[in-house]
Design a protein around this ligand. Structure first.
Ligand code: TXA
Ligand code: MG
Length: 350
C-alpha cells in the first residue's frame, strides 16, 4: 500500500518527515517533490533500495540514476574529487536544478551508474527535498517519479497515477516550480558538456565557466549519447505527437490543416499551441502552453499538458515548436523525444 502525505513547504511537519525517513532507512521508497519534477527517492547506499527504484519505474538497468544530497559532506562520502569547474558551478547553482558528473567512490554501486565510473549528483533547492535528505543523513537516488517513458510528474496527482501501489510513500508538496528536469553537465573533460538540457540554460552556465557545449549526440540522434537516458523514447503520451517547427504563422496554418484532416479521419485531436497563436485554432481540444516570450511558462506547463493528452484520450497531439535557444533547447529536446521523430518543418512544406 502507498501512503500519501501532504506537506506544506513553508511549514514542514518535522514529525511526519521523521516517519518518512524511517521508510528510507528501512530500504523503502518515498516520492518527494523537488523544484524541477517529483523524484522517486531511496537510500543510494543500499542495493536493495536501489533495485526497488528500477522495479517501480520499469526503468532499463543501463540508465543511471541521479544522487541527491543536502550538504557537501555527503558529496565527499560518494565522490573521489571535486574538480575546480565543478566548484564554480556548485557555488553558483546549488542548491538548484544543475546535476554534475563526478568520479564515483566504491560506495556508489554499479547499479546506480549503469556500470559507468561517474556518478551524477545534485543538491535540490526544494525545502521538502532538502529536509528529507537531511533527516535521513543519506544520499538519495531520485529519478523522476514517473513510469519509464512517460512525461515527468510535476504534481502529486501525476505521481499517484503512475506509481500508486508501487512505492511506499508519496509526499504531496504541491506543484513543482520549474516543471522541467535539471540540466546534466559533464565537467570532467577539457570542454564541459551539457548531456541533458534542463532548467539551467547553457547561457547561464557559460557566464560562470566561459566554455560549455551541448553533447553533439543530444542534437543528432545518430551519435551515441553520453547520458544513457537520452537514447530512449521518452515523455510520450499514448497518442501520436506531431511537432511543428518554423515561423509561428506557418505553424498555425499547418496545424489547422492537419487538425481538420485528422478529425475527418475520426481522430480525437489535441492542439498544444502558444498564446500568440491560440485564437487562430478552430477545431480540436485546444490548450495554451504559454507565451513564446516566456519559455519558463511553457516549460512549466509542458509535462502537465502532455499528460492531459492521455487523460482526455487524444489520438493525435499537434504541438507548436519553439525557438531553440535558452530554455527553448530543453523544451524542444523533450518535444522531439515525445514525437518519436514526427517533426514537420513548416518552412519546407509551405
Ligand atoms: O530534475 C531532475 O534531475 C529530476 C529530479 C527528481 O531531481 N531527476 C531526474 O532523474 O530527472 P532521471 O533519472 O529521470 O534522469 C537522470 C538523467 C538521465 O538522462 C540519465 O541518463 C542521466 O541523468 N545520468 C545519470 N547518471 C549519469 C552518468 N553517470 N553519466 C551520464 N548521464 C547520467
Ligand atoms: Mg526521468
Amino acid at each position: 500500500m502507498t501512503i500519501v502525505v501532504k506537506i506544506d513547504r513553508e511549514n514542514i511537519d518535522e514529525a511526519i518527515m521523521i516517519e518518512l525517513s524511517h521508510i528510507i532507512k528501512n530500504n523503502g521508497t518515498v516520492v518527494f517533490p523537488t523544484e524541477t519534477v517529483y523524484g522517486l527517492g531511496a537510500n543510494a547506499l543500499s542495493d536493495i533500495a536501489v533495485a526497488k527504484i528500477f522495479a517501480a519505474k520499469g526503468r532499463p538497468s543501463d540508465n543511471p540514476l541521479i544522487v541527491h544530497i543536502s550538504n557537501i559532506e555527503q558529496l565527499d562520502r560518494i565522490v573521489e574529487i571535486i574538480p575546480e569547474k565543478a566548484k564554480v558551478l556548485m557555488d553558483k547553482f546549488w542548491p538548484g536544478p544543475l546535476t554534475l558528473l563526478f568520479k564515483k567512490k566504491a560506495v556508489i554501486s554499479d547499479m546506480i551508474t549503469g556500470g559507468l565510473d561517474t556518478v551524477a549528483v545534485r543538491m535540490p533547492s526544494s525545502k521538502i527535498a532538502l529536509k528529507l535528505i537531511e533527516i535521513c543523513d543519506l544520499p538519495l537516488v531520485g529519478p523522476s517519479a514517473n513510469i519509464s517513458g512517460k512525461p515527468s510528474p510535476t504534481t502529486a496527482e501525476h505521481v499517484i497515477k503512475d506509481l500508486d501501489g508501487k512505492v511506499d510513500a508519496i509526499i504531496d508538496g504541491g506543484d513543482c516550480e520549474f516543471g522541467m528536469e535539471s540540466t546534466v553537465i559533464d565537467v570532467l573533460n577539457e570542454t564541459p558538456m551539457i548531456l541533458r538540457p534542463g532548467s539551467i540554460t547553457l547561457e547561464e552556465i557559460a557566464e560562470a565557466i566561459n566554455t560549455v557545449i551541448y553533447d553533439p549526440a543530444m542534437m543528432h540522434n545518430t551519435i551515441i549519447a553520453k547520458s544513457p537516458g537520452q537514447k530512449y523514447i521518452h515523455y510520450a503520451p499514448k497518442g501520436e505527437v506531431y511537432l511543428y517547427i518554423g515561423e509561428a504563422d506557418d505553424i498555425a496554418n499547418a496545424i489547422n490543416q492537419a487538425a481538420a484532416r485528422f478529425i475527418d479521419e475520426s481522430n480525437k485531436v489535441m492542439i498544444l499551441g502558444t498564446e500568440e497563436n491560440i485564437l487562430n485554432y478552430k477545431e480540436g481540444i485546444i490548450l495554451n502552453l504559454g507565451s513564446r516570450t516566456n519559455p519558463m511558462e511553457i516549460s512549466s506547463n509542458l509535462f502537465s499538458m502532455l499528460r492531459k493528452a492521455d487523460e482526455l484520450k487524444a489520438d493525435i497531439i499537434l504541438v507548436e515548436g519553439v525557438e531553440e535557444e535558452g530554455l527553448g533547447v530543453a523544451i524542444m529536446n523533450r518535444l522531439k523525444k515525445a514525437s518519436g521523430g514526427r517533426i514537420i518543418n513548416c518552412g519546407d512544406s509551405a
